[in-house]
Design a binder for this molecule. Sequence first.
Ligand code: NAD
Ligand code: UDP
Length: 321
Amino acid sequence: MGRKRVLITGAAGFLGSHLCDRFIKEGYYVIAMDNLITGDLKNIEHLFGLESFEFAHHDVSKFVHVPGKLDYILHFASPASPIDYLKIPIQTLKVGSLGTHNLLGLAKNKKARMLIASTSEVYGDPSVNPQPEEYWGNVNPVGPRGVYDEAKRFQEAMTMAYHTFHGVETRIVRIFNTYGPRMRLNDGRVLPAFIGQALRGEDLTVFGDGSQTRSFCYVDDLIEGIYRLLLSDYVMPVNIGNPDEITIKQFGEEIIKLTGTNQKLVLRDLPVDDPKQRRPDITKAREILGWEPKVSREEGLKITYEYFKSLPAEALINKEH
Ligand code: NAD
Ligand code: UDP
């Protein structure tokens, strides 16, 4: 039989790199693919040199060729932070659509099982809270976030079509806001933004009045949920996230307390179409996967703060905005 072989796209990114670690630990042969558009080889450099790991520098929106057998494909390549996908909207649409199509074709050829990284953004600015998988969402296709949301909705539709019409084994995870070590300090997402500002001695920028909510999941919990979903028999989308919901203003106050900064919260304009509320209904994950998050926000934030503090000083320079 030999060792199981898994292709992970977006492997040099935040989540992809943690997936590489997990699959290496479970004894798989990992083929890590990335074009480094938002990722960083530093996230996986500790795996270089392992005989069960290889890296392929490739844009998955172009034809994907992988020699040898493949058992699993995890498609995580895509810009994920709002400032990233606003900066590279066309690449975002392409990796969700053309990239997904290429990888589904590869899965079909190799008879591999494919899991795609979908997102809570398929629910848009939801009118239902918490969001169960049956909710169809409230997305503005022509707004600035449409490039990401619609790419992911198309990705889900294409994945279901390959499952239904070609019999490809597919899994769909809808990931809610996840945080942890290896996030880019300057990627614009709220947690690195607030911690970066605290470390630089700047005020923390709350967008809008800070009453919008999010529910933050620690990365180890997410990876466990994804691993269980991949090995399960369940084909329909599953939410993976932490239902502990908090306003962005409260979150800012928690970061002030955690970092001990003397700075304060300052209000800035709310980005267009910023969802007002977000919280996963994780009934399915509990029932089908026996999964629920284990790491509290207090614990996860401490670990993440230690990680950001350990970075070299030049990482703190705010290059991106
Ligand atoms: P990230 O930006 O850290 O990682 C994405 C990786 O994909 C990067 O390494 C980037 O270089 C690579 N990539 C982008 N386009 C590519 C292409 N065309 N070809 C090859 N590689 C490409 O983001 P992340 O937070 O790790 O997100 C990973 C996946 O999880 C994304 O698909 C994202 O939509 C999804 N997701 C993440 C979250 C979250 O909270 N982190 C929430 C929902 C969904
Ligand atoms: N946000 C904020 N200040 C920042 C960055 C983000 O108040 O410096 C807000 C943003 O408007 C949103 C929430 O924090 O309401 C989460 O934003 P993020 O970009 O992390 O992810 P999203 O869930 O919007 O994709």
